[in-house]
Design a protein around this ligand. Sequence first.
Ligand SMILES: [Zn+2]
Ligand SMILES: [Zn+2]
Length: 255
Amino acid sequence: MKLTVLGCSGGIGGEDSRTSSFLVDDDVLVDCGTGVGDLEFDALRRISHVFVSHSHLDHIAAIPMLVDSIGEVCHHTITVYAPPETLHILRAHVFNWLVWPDFTAIPDRRHPYLHLQPVAVGESVHLGERLFTALPVRHTVPAVAWCLDSGAAQLIYSGDTTYCAELIEAINARPALRHLIVETAFPEEMRAMAMASRHLCPGMLETMLGELTVTPEVHVSHLKPGLGARIMEQVEALRGKLRPKRLVRGQIIEF
Ligand SMILES: [Zn+2]
Ligand SMILES: [Zn+2]
């Protein structure tokens, strides 16, 4: 599988700040933040599947316009996979005819431009040889991490989470894990904010990585704009065998 980073910032502002969105091969998105807006129309029309970590705007911002832009022109369905609670939020607060039309009923309910497919924690979706599994995390709203398995190797993307013992257990259950994309939204001096908003800061990342029995390449994402250099200074000073690196927009990970 080939994962292209379209966006991995915790916010907007500047050339490299696009929010969480990852293109997998050419037909799948994992999260659908503002980075999706940089894709050419021909790339957008190849997308059929979107795996969403949670309902926060930085992870779903481009879904409504993606469906609108390619639905009517290409007459094809985009399937959004997420926990049932997340899909309920999308229905109630986005695709409600007020913020955006209900594309699960357009042009009609039997052949809609948007299909919402619930995936509970622990469940998997097969797309050919590729396997996508929802893993537990802890955030302020219902949320999951996604494990992408190519058959040859695995990558786990944490989405947004604070310290989560169940996620560590799920990571350690995959001894051949090759890549871990993990958020570190705030610097150490904002630990109280990280805890209140259920994100990670470098010290919490250190604790989490210290409990891993696997040795993936660790990529740090979701740094708040303006705080990235400070956060990475602190991440690079962490003790431990894993040396996390900053994930950057445009980076390609093959596994
Ligand atoms: Zn969030
Ligand atoms: Zn976020």
